[in-house]
Design a protein around this ligand. Structure first.
Ligand code: MRU
Length: 345
């Protein structure tokens, strides 16, 4: 089954509502930058590349929405659209990467009518979506070569088709390995508090009959100590210029455990997720989400009333714990500033 996380349908953007998966599979429709920003903020769409694609469509939708306005009002409305989208979530750099790319296109056609600008921006959003799938397939092939036949691979969160325009980054590596005839099995951390592992990764793997076992986040060390994990592959939201990796909260813990047990720890990372403007992981903005997410799940609260709660949504794994960055341009082993710069050379 092909998962279309985002699709252009009847002149509007449709996105799978990832908050209700796997209990229900539903698309929600979007017509403006403001509604797309709300979709990103509220996690209808999540995962770094998917957030970038959604933001690109948000810009295109805003242009379409404003195209009958005067040139001055069009410009003001577009600037507001960019600002609202940029404020939707802070950590995944793909959001800002996509907005910058859309802004460049807009700037290249400012002498054209709003209708023409809107058409050009929509074409660019379509291209960003198609390109994301192509990149994921290239990354998948590069990463699949690192996994031996029969490998039992741990992943954290969801870096799958649902986190991208399709195929996925970490899960794309698994899909490519299976396509290449390798028998692999996936172990997925539940990924508290939003349960992207239990709800989304498990769902994607089950849909495709890729063997998958769900564990809670505190079980990974036990399985590693018992020789039940051969490799770890995760996605990322932002990689700093020195190779430090921000990803879903709990990733750092997995990386430390992997090093303790001599298990390779790979990060699947399109070039659009590398932020050369940030020197090291300590400067990556880490989103702090609502305490409601940690209190319990949806309407059911199990935490003691009155307890203080923290909810950082991401953590940073230092480059020294990363065995390799899997990119569409190849694998950078023991990533550091030099290895990363070469990718852009
Ligand atoms: O909070 P989320 O669900 O947006 O976090 C997603 C992750 O941390 C993913 O691992 C990351 O974005 C890579 S997705 C290919």
């Amino acid at each position: 089954m092909k998962v279309e996380t985002l699709r252009w349908f009847n002149n509007r953007l449709e996105m799978i509502d990832q908050r209700i998966l796997p209990a229900a599979f539903e698309y929600l429709s979007y017509y403006t930058a403001h509604s797309v920003a709300e979709g990103i903020r509220s996690m209808v769409v999540r995962g770094a590349p998917a957030i970038g694609v959604a933001a690109a469509y948000g810009v295109a939708l805003e242009a379409q929405h404003l195209q009958e306005k005067s040139a001055a009002d069009f410009k003001t409305g577009m600037e507001t659209g960019f600002t609202v989208l940029a404020a939707s979530r802070p950590t995944a750099v793909n959001l800002f990467w996509a907005l910058q790319r859309m802004r460049k296109v807009w700037e290249s056609v400012t002498t054209q009518s709003p209708q023409q600008v809107a058409q050009r921006l929509l074409a660019e959003a379509h291209e960003i979506l198609a390109e994301d799938i192509r990149i994921n397939k290239a990354m998948g092939a590069n990463g699949a070569a690192l996994l031996k036949d029969g490998a039992r691979v741990l992943t954290h969160c969801n870096a799958g088709a649902l986190a991208t325009a399709g195929w996925g980054t970490a899960l794309g590596v698994f899909r490519s390995a299976v396509e290449a005839g390798k028998k692999i099995s996936v172990i997925v951390d539940e990924t508290r508090p939003f349960l992207q592992g239990a709800r989304l990764t498990a769902w994607e793997m089950v849909q495709e009959n890729i063997p998958v076992t769900l564990i809670t986040d505190n079980m990974a060390g036990h399985l590693m100590a018992h020789g039940e994990i051969d490799a770890v592959v995760v996605g990322t939201d932002r990689v700093a210029a020195n190779g430090d990796v921000a990803n879903k909260i709990g990733t750092y813990m997995v990386a430390v455990l992997a090093r303790r047990h001599n298990i390779p720890f790979y990060v699947a990372c399109p070039l659009s997720t590398i932020d050369l403007n940030i020197a090291s992981g300590k400067d990556i903005p880490i989103e702090e989400r609502s305490v409601e997410e940690v209190k319990g799940f949806r309407d059911y609260h199990w935490a003691a009333e009155g307890v203080k709660i923290r909810n950082p949504a991401f953590d940073v794994t230092p480059a020294e714990l990363v065995t390799g960055l899997i990119t569409e341009k190849g694998v950078v082993l023991q990533p550091d500033g030099q290895g990363i710069r070469k990718l852009f050379g």
